[in-house]
Write a protein that binds this ligand. Structure first.
Ligand code: BGC
Length: 725
């Protein structure tokens, strides 16, 4: 319902507030600080004694991790009763891939290459969160990721700046809609983590990030910018340093880039505890200095530490911080409250009755199932898939009957509600055709289980292995140095292999894994990621051919951990391994493993096959005014209907600085019946060839280019053109 909201005289509020009241607006505390608050909120990071008084809690501008209509209503009412200006509390929470209806993790959503469904997932998440009383979500996370050891890759859509930008926009549209003020079923979005958190050294969380400004602008910033261009209301800082300065105290990133250069006038929030972390980082001696650095750099809201409330009054009194900075921050926070309509309706969407009806409803679960099936990536298939309903199946593995398929950041979702794989497969083939056994634990063998697995497999025509990671092994602080499956799971495969029965591995995990011991040993591999509430059903839809897989990787699957970071849009080097005149030894290579990942960006199989033919360009010359049209014919050459993600890449052969071997510039999805063909056309223009030069100017170069169109970033036919002035 779209309603007009009155404009509130915010300056009048600020004029009437005491300095302490204003500073309290900049404080964000977690739900347990508020009386009777929901205990279920996930609390991360150190919650040391903050020295928070009741008064500070009463004056706090926002709360984090509170949800549930009745709870929010109670907290808001209590807050307003005590707040002498009647300024409502902002309720924020991490609604990352669903609220109660959990969608696949964002890395999986990226693999759908489906912006419409991504937007819909965010819209549904917003709707469920809004009726449960949430106003702002800490999403989308759009950090570009290249290192699967980092547990947080599951929160991102992957390694490509263009694809990440498109998803960033889709998520923001879904969360916020067109009219945040009038539409109580939407929530404000907060893009995170600004900036370049995805580059944490060694894939270890919270670690140093150091990169050139050119690289920052070229690869890491575009997705944050895209989210803001789409109207995203808030930005969250990251935990890492950028060029030696922690993001949360980084003036250059916030005041100069976000505010001055990009003109962002929304609220900037620190990440959890990140203001105080300026001390261990080593750029502040104490909390007072941490507060000083953060406010000067541009942080409006301090999440979960109390440096502002304790030290800003003194810093202002000593003339070290201008009160104006606090006023500006308060104004931005009040503006957001006004935009959300909270001054008129402090309870906003919170509605216990609607909550009952909407949250986890059939329609939402169906949407989750659809997106989950589109997010699965078929990595290998020698013909064993799809399974026949007449086959006798042994479903074996630690995740066969597990509800741990929601993935990290699904704190309001419930594993009990998740559709498990065994239950969904049973609904396809009935109990008599499905034998289910665990085989082993996620990390350890269990006495007698291997023998039981072998016995079950002997009875069956085909073995389906449900393998993967515990959801605690990825997400925040979920980093691993060895990203193979644990030995117990690899042993399970070794025990079953000698039976000679066809084996299908279904993987539930939060990162691209090193698939040694899995990929070569099995007949088919389906990467299901963490597929969410309807995960078992979506995977079964694929296993039994009800849905033809169409997902494609948005993050390379490494050959092994030694080649990380490995990503498709890398540079050629001066000594490329595959050059016609390459030497045997003195080339850029590993002596013991290939340079290429096991499976590249854009890769994913279908139950049908697609042939690409007739790549043509409308002209061999492009100019600023004359784009070219790239055409290709895609034919479904297999025997079932299927969807293909047709991908467009470009290579710039000679730049001001070195250019990637390929860069994604577009994609389109085509659905084709067997034998059907479609002509796909892309328009490519000069703007899309621009990049940051050595002096940071964003422009294109004239000269030679190749455009590639194909089924993934490796297998794509090319045609040349020249860009002329
Ligand atoms: C995470 C953020 C999250 C915040 C609030 C932090 O630990 O890094 O992504 O939004 O907690 O829960």
């Amino acid at each position: 319902m779209i309603e007009q909201c009155r404009n509130v005289d915010l300056q009048n509020y600020i004029d009437r507030m005491t300095q302490d009241e204003k500073i309290a607006q900049l404080l964000q505390l977690a739900a347990p600080f508020f009386e009777g608050a929901n205990e279920g909120g996930q609390i991360t990071g150190p919650m040391a004694s903050l020295g928070i008084t009741d008064e500070m809690v009463q004056g706090a501008g926002s709360v984090l991790g509170l949800a549930g209509a009745e709870e929010v209503i109670a907290v808001q009412k209590a807050h307003l009763a005590k707040n002498r200006h009647g300024i409502p509390l902002l309720v924020m929470a991490d609604i990352v891939h669903g609220f109660k209806t959990i969608f696949p993790v964002p890395l999986a959503i990226g693999c759908s290459w489906d912006l419409e469904l991504a937007e819909k997932s965010a819209e549904i998440a917003a709707r469920e969160a809004a009726v449960s009383g949430v106003h702002v979500t800490f999403a989308p996370m759009v950090d570009l990721v290249r290192d699967p050891r980092w547990g947080r890759v599951m929160e991102s859509t992957g390694e490509d700046p263009y694809l990440n930008s498109e998803f960033a926009r889709a998520f923001v549209r879904g969360f916020q809609g067109q009219n945040l003020q009038g539409d109580k079923m939407r929530v404000a979005a907060c893009v995170k983590h600004f900036a370049a958190y995805g580059l944490s050294e060694g894939g270890r969380d919270y670690n140093t990030v150091d990169l050139s400004e050119r690289q920052l602008r070229e690869y890491y910033l575009p997705a944050y910018k895209a989210a803001l261009d789409e109207g995203c209301e808030m930005v969250m800082t990251s935990f890492n340093t950028v060029d030696g300065v922690p993001s949360t105290g980084n003036r250059k990133l916030m005041r100069e880039l976000l505010r001055e250069e990009w003109g962002f006038d929304g609220v900037i929030i620190s990440d959890w505890g990140a203001v105080k972390e300026l001390i261990p980082h080593g750029v502040a001696e104490d909390e007072a200095e941490a507060a000083y650095r953060a406010i000067q750099a541009g942080v409006d809201i301090e999440m979960m530490t109390s440096c502002y409330v304790h030290y800003l009054p003194r810093l202002i009194q000593e003339g070290l911080v201008e009160e104006k900075l606090v006023d500006e921050a308060v104004m931005r926070i009040l503006e957001l409250k006004m935009k959300l309509g909270l001054f008129d309706e402090p309870l906003r969407g919170a509605d216990p009755k609607a909550e009952q009806e909407i949250v986890f409803c059939e329609e939402h679960r169906l949407a989750s199932r659809e997106l989950a099936a589109k997010s699965c990536v078929l990595l290998k298939n020698d013909g064993v898939l799809p399974l026949g309903k007449h086959q006798k199946i042994a479903l074996i593995g630690p995740l066969a009957s597990s509800g741990d398929i929601l993935g990290p950041w699904s704190w309001s979702g419930s594993q009990e509600d998740a559709v498990r794989l065994d239950e969904a497969m049973r609904s396809y083939v009935g109990s008599s055709r499905l034998i289910v056994t665990q085989g082993c634990g996620l990390e350890s063998s269990i006495e007698g289980q291997m023998e039981r697995a072998v016995a079950a497999a002997r009875e069956a025509d085909v073995i389906v292995l449900a393998l993967g990671e515990d959801s605690e092994w990825s997400g925040e602080a979920g980093c691993r140095s060895d990203i193979r499956l644990p030995q117990a799971q690899l042993d399970l495969i070794s025990w079953l292999k000698p039976l000679g029965k066809p084996m299908v591995a279904v993987l539930f995990n939060g990162r691209p894994l090193d698939l040694h011991g899995v990929f070569g040993e099995t007949n088919a591999v389906l990467e299901a990621w963490y597929p969410g509430s309807e995960g078992g059903a979506a995977v079964s839809d694929i296993l039994f051919g009800e849905v033809n897989p169409s997902g494609k990787l948005t993050m390379s699957i490494p050959y092994s951990v030694g080649q990380i970071p490995v990503y498709y849009n890398h540079f050629n080097t001066g000594r490329p391994k595959d050059a016609p005149d390459a030497q045997v030894r003195y080339v850029s290579q590993y002596l013991d493993i290939p340079n290429e990942p096991l499976l590249p960006f854009g890769y994913g199989l279908s139950y049908t096959s697609f042939a690409y033919s007739g790549l043509t360009l409308s002209s061999e010359t492009m100019t600023e005014k004359e784009p070219i049209t790239v055409r290709v014919t895609v034919t479904n050459t297999g025997s079932c209907a299927g969807e293909e993600v047709v991908q467009l890449y470009v290579r710039d052969w000679s730049g001001d600085v070195v250019r990637p071997l390929k860069e994604l510039k577009g994609w389109t999805k085509v659905f084709l019946q067997p034998g059907e063909k479609a002509e796909v056309a892309f328009t490519l223009c000069e703007k899309q060839l621009r990049y940051h030069h050595a002096n940071l100017q964003y422009k294109s170069d004239t000269g030679r280019f190749t455009v590639f169109v194909g089924t993934n970033s490796r297998d794509a036919a090319g045609a040349e053109f020249r860009l002329e002035k």
